[in-house]
Structure formats: C-alpha cells, structure tokens
Design a binder for this molecule. Structure first.
Ligand code: XBP
Ligand code: MG
Length: 238
C-alpha cells in the first residue's frame, strides 16, 4: 500500500540546475580559474552527482591535476570552490531565481492531506534545500517532511542507493510501500536499487536519459494527483 512519497530535490522539486551552473562558474572566477562550464558541458557533467564530486571529475578530465600540490591541498581547493559555489547558489535562491516545478506544491499539500508521509532524498547540500523550501513553503517547511536525507548524511551519492536506504530505514518503511519521485537516470538507479517504485519527471537537463526502469514517466506533476499515484503504485505492486 502506498504510504510515503520520497522526493529528490534538484531537477524534481525545482528547476535548480541553471542556478547551480551559474554558481559553479562564479566560484571558478572567484578562485581565478579560467574554467567556464556551458550548458552542453554541464549536461554531461550532471552524470556525476554531487557538486564536489562534479568538480573533481571535471578536474580529472582535464588531465592536468597539478602534481606539485599534495592531495590535501587539492581537497582544500575543491572544498573552497564548493563553499563559494554553495553561497552563490543560496543567494540565487534567495533572490528568487529558482522556481518550483509545476504541480509540486499542490501535490505535496494534497499528499499530506491524504495522510501520506513525505520525505526528501537528495545528494545536494542541506543549506540548498533549506533555502529553496523556506522560500517556497515558508519558515515551517521542515515540518512537512518526516525525514530528510542529503549530502551531509548520505556521503555515497546517487546512483548509489544509500540516500534512499537511509530514508527507508528512518521511516521504518518497506520499499514497496513507498514511491520515489526523480528527474534523472542516476536518481532512478538509486531509488530502484533501494527497491522503490519510481515516478520520473524529466527536465531539460535529463530528457533523453534511460528511464526504462521507471514506474511511469510524466512531463511534470501539474496533472498528477494522489489518486493517480495510488493507481500507478497499485498496478506495480500487484
Ligand atoms: C543533484 C546534484 C547536486 C547539485 C549540486 O542530484 O547532483 O550535486 O547539482 O549540489 P540529485 P551540491 O538531484 O540526483 O540529488 O553542489 O550541493 O552537491
Ligand atoms: Mg535530481
């Protein structure tokens, strides 16, 4: 029986990636690096979940990781870049540059009214979630979610299922009683590996990825009600 909805954040609750991209580029410029990511490159780089992991993967792809700096100062540079990036992203959210996706807030409210448990499973940093949801749902936003697992609690990023496994364990929920909502193939793989049926709402950055394992793919949540979720979920589990 459907008891809980578990939401990814970036690309699912909100169209966040253009703001993340601008924040990464801001951090590179601040640190005096001549890196500048454009949309096609960033679309490819999104195959690596997590901002620090994405920067590391890019740096490695250049093949010019400086030999003279030791591993710890390399790590420090990545940490600093990511701090600047996170602050810039938070500012962009506070400035209203990030929009919730269509249908998300009505569905969250309807699901709560219907007695479904709401949870978050994301690879993003906690301050990013707080900035986004405070703005969209108000100062009490946290009360809407029974469990939130993020980069600070689940270090192994999607497609690893860790973040979903931790949500399930904290909710004491069997995977077949939950439904994950995701926008990407990495997210789908993570949720599926945790045994969760998964609804996909792709966006411009993830269109064309492999969603064959999804319970259902819909363009967005604007026409999706709890009754639909129950119907799709029941068909999957029986
Ligand atoms: C989202 C991410 C995040 C953001 C950046 O993936 O990979 O890393 O792009 O956020 P998902 P941070 O939607 O699958 O959770 O820089 O805070 O990591
Ligand atoms: Mg996502």
């Amino acid at each position: 029986m459907l008891k809980a909805l578990i939401f990814d954040v970036d690309g699912t609750l909100a169209d966040t990636e253009m703001a993340h991209l601008a924040a990464f580029n801001h951090a590179f410029a601040e640190m005096g690096l001549d890196w500048r990511w454009d949309v096609p490159l960033y679309t490819r780089l999104l195959s690596v979940s997590g901002g620090k992991e994405r920067i590391t993967a890019y740096w490695q792809s250049l093949g010019d990781m400086p030999r003279e700096v030791n591993a710890s100062s390399l790590q420090q540079t990545i940490e600093r870049l990511h701090e600047i990036k996170t602050a810039a992203y938070e500012q962009a959210v506070n400035d209203g540059l990030v929009q919730m996706r269509p249908g998300v807030l009505p569905l969250l409210h309807e699901a709560a009214q219907a007695g479904l448990t709401l949870a978050v499973a994301t690879t993003t940093s906690p301050v990013n979630i707080a900035a986004l949801l405070r703005k969209a749902m108000g100062p009490d936003w946290r009360l809407h979610f029974q469990v939130i697992e993020d980069a600070s609690t689940a270090p192994r990023k999607k497609p690893h299922p860790m973040v979903y496994q931790q949500v399930l364990s904290r909710l004491a929920l069997r995977p077949q009683d939950g439904l994950a909502v995701e926008d990407s193939a990495n997210g789908l793989q993570a949720a599926c590996a945790a045994g969760l049926p998964t609804l996909i709402t792709p966006n411009a950055f993830t269109l064309g990825q492999d969603f064959a394992a999804a319970l259902r793919v819909v363009p967005d949540l604007s026409d999706v009600q709890v009754a639909h979720l129950r119907q799709w979920h029941a068909r999957h589990t029986h």
